[in-house]
Design a protein around this ligand. Structure first.
Ligand code: 4NP
Length: 150
């Protein structure tokens, strides 16, 4: 989950899907992404995110922005936020009785200095590469945890 669902969370979705397919095909995990804001509903991922992902062999072009809906808190066991602002937003939206676990995505990459995936939208291309690297590190950690509990 991020703000617009056109930069960080689609990148995370693409990276995690690819790593699951290549490194943990035994895990049955449903992966999706969404934004807390409504600015980019129906939009494909940002060109700069698509380009950065393609350099790593990941095609994000079929993804479309969507906003978080209350049903997401029943459909998913684990909801991962890219930064604290989005985590706060998600906690405020979580319906009473929902068992979904809400965390920062980078909690799965404790070896990193960063605890949030920075919003690359107003920055340069380097920011988009950084998002990719952070998503890869957290996806690796998440897959290791899922393999342990599977
Ligand atoms: P994202 O990036 O939350 O990673 O998808 C953003 C995309 C759009 C905007 C902000 C952040 N925006 O302000 O439109």
């Amino acid at each position: 989950m991020c703000l617009g669902n056109i930069c960080r969370s689609p990148t995370a979705e693409g990276v995690l899907r690819q790593m699951l397919k290549q490194q943990a095909p035994e895990l049955q995990v449903e992966v999706d992404s969404a934004g807390t804001a409504d600015y980019h509903i129906g939009d494909p991922p940002d060109t700069r995110s698509r380009r950065a992902a393609l350099r790593h062999g990941i095609d994000l072009s079929a993804l479309r922005g969507r906003q978080v809906v209350p049903q997401d808190f029943a459909r998913f066991d684990l909801i991962l936020a890219m930064d604290r602002a989005n985590l706060r937003e998600l906690r405020a939206m979580q319906p009473k009785g929902s068992q979904a676990r809400l965390q920062l995505f980078l909690e799965y990459a404790p070896e990193l200095q960063e605890s949030e995936v920075p919003d690359p939208y107003y920055g340069d291309a380097g920011g988009f590469e950084k998002v990719l690297d952070l998503c890869a590190a957290a996806s690796r950690g998440l897959i290791a945890v899922l393999q342990e509990v599977a």
